[in-house]
Structures are given as C-alpha cells and as structure tokens.
Design a binder for this molecule. Structure first.
Ligand SMILES: Nc1ncnc2c1ncn2[C@@H]1O[C@H](COP(=O)(O)OP(=O)(O)OP(=O)(O)O)[C@@H](O)[C@H]1O
Length: 615
C-alpha cells in the first residue's frame, strides 16, 4: 500500500516541481524510498499513512494536479492537511480535490492559481481552514457556507467577483476577502469582522465598509413618500402639510445640531485637559486587533491614565498602559507595597507586589543596566501595546530611567509551565490532554504574533517554559512577549517591512525555543544551556530507535498514547533542527500540532478543556 502511495506522491511531486523534484536526495521523494518509513521532507505520517503534506515556500512552479493526488483511495482517505503556500504553482483538475475528503486544512495561498474556484470544494465537509489568498482566482465563490465547520477563510488578493456568500460568521475566527472585486451587500452577520477583512472591494456596500448600499440609501432619502401611493394622487393640501412637517423637522434637527456642537466643544475642552495629564500619547492607543477569535482585552480611552505630572517618556514616570482597574497606580505605590522575590532570571528579577490601594497583585520585573535607550524602550512598549491576544500577557505599566527599567504585569497565581512540568509532581499531575492543549494554544498564539499581523509580526525573543504563565483558568499566557527580542523591530512600520526578512531569523529562534518547550513537556526533563543539552539527549536516544525511554514516566503512567507522543516528538525534533532554514515555520508547526490534537480528540470523546488534576 505504501508503495502505491509512494508512486502517487512521486508523480504529484514531478508535476509540482516541473519534473525537478527536490534536488537534494536526502529530502526523499524518490521511487527508491518510502514516504513514511524514510521520513520524506514535508510529509508527516501516522504509522504508514500520509496525513500531512506541507511544502510551503519551496519555489515550486509546476502544477497541483488534484486528480493525481486525490484519486488514490488510501491517500485520499488519510490526507488531512495539504499546505503548499508561497510557491508559484498553478492548478490542474482542481475540481477533483473533493476526493481528498478528509482534508481539514487546504492552504494554497501565495501561488499562481487562476480561473474559478471549483464548486466541488464545498464538498470538503471536514475543512476547517481554507487559504486561497494571494492567487489569481476569479469569478464568483462557490457555495462555501455549505462547509459548516469552516473556521478560517482567507481569500484576499485575488480577482473574485459577485456576492460574498452568507457564511456562518459565528464559526469563523479568521476571515479576509480584501483586495478583490466582490460586489453587493456584506451579509448581515459579516460585521462580525472589521473593515480590514473587506478592504479594496469598490463595489461592496454595507457595514463595516463606508459605501452605503443602494437599498438603504433609497430608504433614507425617501422616508416620507409612501411607496404604495401614486405621486399624482397627492393633493395640494397634503403637499402643504408634508412641507410643514419637513420644515418643523428641519428646525428641530437644527436645534439638536447646535446643542450637539456645544456639547462636543465642551467635551473637547475636557479631553484636552485630560490629555494634558496623560503621559501616553494617543498613538499608543490603538484599537485591539479585532478578529473575533481574539477576545482581546479592550483598551478603553478612559482606561489610559497616568500618575505622574512629568510628561516625557524619557523621564522617570510610571506609564500605565492599558488597564482601567489600575487607574491611579503610582510608582510610590509599588515602592511602598510589600514585595516578595519570585525569582531571578537572565535579564533581571521579578517581584510579587501587592498594592492595597488598587486591590491588585502585580508581578514587577526589574531590569538593571539594560543599555536600551528610553526612547527605544518607549517605542518597543508602544509597539507591543498595539498587539493584543488573549494568550499574551500584556504589560500593565512600565517605568524607565537610565539605571533601571520596571515592567508591571498582572500577577498570575498558578505559576508557570516550568513549575507545572518540573514542580512537585505529587501536587499536580499534568496529563497528556493538558499538555497537547497547552502546546496547541501556544503554537496558535505564536502563529498570530508571527504571521497574521501581516508584515508587522513580532518574535518573542526569549521563549521558555518559565515565561509561559497559567492564569486562574489554567490557560497559558505568554509573558514578556517581544521584550528581549533584538532590535530592528523598533522602527516605523515602513522600516519593519524592510526588516521583515531580517526578523525572519528571530521567528526561527522562537520555533527552536518552542521545540525545546515541547521536549520539556514530552520528557519531563529540564532544558539547560538554552535547550541544547535536552535536544542533544533526545536526539541521541531517538537516533538509536524510537523508544519510550525518552518520554516522561508520568505520561506513560497515565496511559497516554505512545503513538501521539511520538507524533509530537517528531514535531519537536523538526523545530530544534540545528539549521534555522530547515526548521518549519510556526504556522506549519501549529498545523501539525492541531492535527495531532484533532486525532487525540477523536480518540477520547470525553476530553473537555484543560484538565489539570489538582489534589
Ligand atoms: N506575571 C507573573 N505572575 C506570576 N509569576 C511570574 C510572573 N512573571 C514572572 N513570574 C515568575 O517569576 C520568576 C522569575 O521570572 P524571570 O522572568 O525573572 O525569570 P526567567 O523567565 O527564568 O528569566 P528571564 O529573565 O530570562 O525571563 C519565574 O518563575 C516566572 O515564572
């Protein structure tokens, strides 16, 4: 069977690459080896079944021939993820993709696909993510709302026309149709997404775009003409009466406008006065990233406050960034409150500080002698404050002087992932379901921070298990995001477009660090020496043969599936590849983990959320 699949894949590759295949024979993809057994590059298997084909950014310029790929039954029935993003491929027999009926992710963004998207795509009932963005697709979209589980639909930068189908927007967490030629009214529930999902479709109308639809314009401009009465049937008296009403209406409107104007002026004056005491300039206040999956903490304008009369960031004032609850927090409050040392890391110490006045407990990170200038520090904090994600712990406030920098975070009472893995095992059992859920949540969060902010992605720069905290619901929160990342991200947005390539390396460092976290979760062993010791140990054990020796005894004791652990270990090993270029992107990693998690969920029907058993 595997040989049959091998032959299909070899043909698929020869079409994809215009008969060039992978030039490096070590990549596999040849008739003399087997895809699963010989670990072909880009292929992930479940034993002998090919589950994921991920070949993003390989520069292929041939054809995706869906007939070749999806007409071999066993492959069509096992393949769950097909990701060919950022190549230059065209489509062939694309309508036969429907035979790959188990696909959950079809990701072909950033290629040369053209013509219309075949109707048969809507038969892919298991599909959760469809990325067809940045191609040359044209014509109307098929009836995609038929795919009821679709969570992500990315179709931006194509030439699609016609109406936007009426998706079930409550299911979608990512949606983008900008830069097309869609026309007509945005479906009612489409306001679920903000204007960035619809940009540059000149003929699109209705909220959230600014074009009003003709139907609503008509009803606005003719409010008083009863549609069922012919015009010539209106008597002069009626005309006079209506004119009277209109005049009275206009007079009332005029009075209201004057009142609003006066009130607005008063508010402006008040706002100006408020702004005089606000140390954070308005550009810091950016609306939270409002895709729906991000139930990000809201920043309200009234939530911005300051405690210092000193306006300049270069000065030594405490700058409160986001949280309305800490209005009035002063540097003195922090200094006077009882502080307990939580730990010392490579970059400073963290104190737990309980401020009675605010009724809150903070974790204050104190970094001494950090050479970053106050200006750069301010820029960095400003940029980080612009990005909100529910699994990224935002700084509440910060303080900057030449000698030291302070960062104030909300204290997280359930400690860190490090403590959960390596802490006293008799207190807490960190079971497999919890581990895979944490892994997949962190991976998805990193994808958002790396990729989905478009050109403006941010790397973490110091990712490790002690920087993953657990909130009261035991949801993981990534702390100190972007704080220690080496600069080139502190420039303006334009500059950061240029620095995107340079920061690509930083993203691959995050991928490595994430791989080390996976290894910690799988083995229960500590990562020393930046993870190098752990990664060499794991590789040494695995090189001999795949063995359960490598896994955390607690996991084995709890009866976690060895097969799932091996799958996750394969992902971890890909992440810690010595060569940054050979490491997968965070997006690929997240896809692989989601696939493992989906399988796991299918197996255990009664898993509901993070189930950390606490005695
Ligand atoms: N907001 C917080 N709530 C609760 N504990 C926290 C918080 N922030 C940090 N900690 C904990 O404080 C301890 C010290 O953190 P610190 O960041 O100094 O160490 P580190 O992460 O090992 O090193 P680094 O300086 O490289 O980040 C860690 O155990 C960390 O989990």
């Amino acid at each position: 069977q595997e040989e049959l699949v091998r032959n299909v894949l070899v043909e698929f590759m020869s079409k994809l690459s215009n008969n060039n295949g992978f030039s490096d024979p070590n990549m596999g993809w040849s008739s003399s080896s087997l895809p699963c057994k010989d670990n072909w590059r880009g292929i992930t298997c479940d034993q002998t079944k090919v589950k994921y084909i991920v070949l993003d950014g390989f520069g292929f310029s041939g054809f995706l021939d869906a007939r070749v790929l999806c007409n071999e039954q066993s492959l069509a029935e096992s393949l769950q993820i097909l990701s060919l993003k950022d190549n230059s491929i065209h489509g062939e027999n694309l309508d036969e993709i429907a035979n790959c009926s188990q696909l959950t992710q079809l990701l072909i963004g950033g290629n040369q696909f053209s013509g219309s998207l075949p109707n048969s795509i809507s038969q892919l009932k298991n599909l959760k993510s469809l990325d067809i963005s940045r191609n040359k697709f044209s014509g109307p979209l098929p009836d995609l709302p038929e795919i009821s589980d679709l969570e992500a639909f990315l179709a931006q930068n194509n030439q699609f026309t016609g109406a936007i189908p009426n998706f079930d927007y409550s299911e979608l967490s990512l949606f983008n149709v900008s830069n097309n030629n869609f026309s007509g009214e945005i479906p009612d529930r489409g306001i679920h997404f903000d204007i960035r999902s619809y940009l540059n479709n000149p003929q699109l109308c209705g909220a959230p775009v600014s074009n009003k639809c003709r139907s609503s314009l008509a009803s606005e401009s003719e409010p008083s003409a009863p549609p069922d009465k012919p015009k010539d049937g209106i008597s002069n008296d009626q005309i006079l009466m209506y004119s009277g009403y209109i005049l009275i209406g206009l007079a009332v409107l005029f009075l209201i406008l004057i009142w609003l104007y006066k009130r607005g002026k008063k508010n402006d004056e008040k706002l100006e006065a408020d702004n005089r005491v606000a140390a954070v300039d308005d550009s810091i206040i950016k609306p939270s990233f409002s895709t729906v999956e991000l139930k990000a903490r809201e920043i309200s304008k009234s939530g911005i406050s300051t405690i210092s009369a000193d306006q300049s960031m270069v000065s030594s004032s405490l700058i409160v960034l986001t949280s309305p609850e800490v209005n009035g927090l002063r540097f003195e409050n922090l200094l006077k409150a009882p502080a307990e040392l939580l730990g010392r890391g490579n970059h400073g110490s963290v104190y737990k500080v309980k401020c009675e006045a605010q009724g809150m407990t903070f974790a204050v990170k104190r970094i001494k002698d950090w050479t970053i200038s106050s200006h750069d520090f301010k820029q960095r904090m400003r940029r980080l404050d612009q990005v909100k994600h529910p699994n990224v712990l935002p700084a509440i406030a910060f303080y900057s002087s030449r000698q030291e920098k302070l960062l104030v975070y909300e204290y997280q009472p359930n400690g860190s992932l490090f403590r959960l893995i390596h802490g006293n095992q008799s207190d807490q059992a960190f079971d497999w379901e919890s581990r895979i859920l944490v892994a997949s949540t962190i991976a998805d969060t990193l994808v958002f921070m790396h990729d989905q902010l478009y050109y403006d992605g941010i790397a973490h720069g110091n990712l490790k298990s002690s920087n993953i905290l657990l909130n009261t619901n035991m949801d993981p929160l990534i702390s100190e995001y972007g704080l220690m990342v080496v600069d080139n991200q502190d420039q303006s947005i334009v500059a950061s477009v240029n620095s995107f390539q340079a920061s690509g390396e930083k993203f691959k460092e995050d991928v490595y660090a994430f791989g080390v976290i996976l290894l910690e979760m799988l083995t229960g062993k500590m990562a020393l020496n930046n993870g190098l010791d752990l990664d060499s140990w794991v590789l040494a054990v695995v090189r001999e043969e795949w063995t359960v020796e490598v896994f955390d005894r607690n996991l084995i004791g709890q009866g976690a599936s060895e097969e799932m652990m091996v799958n996750l270990l394969q992902v971890a090993i890909k992440c810690v590849n010595k060569s940054p270029q050979a490491r997968p992107s965070m997006n690929q990693v997240a896809l692989m983990i989601r696939g493992i998690k989906d399988d796991d969920d299918d197996r255990s029907t009664d898993v509901s959320g993070l189930s950390i058993i606490t005695r």
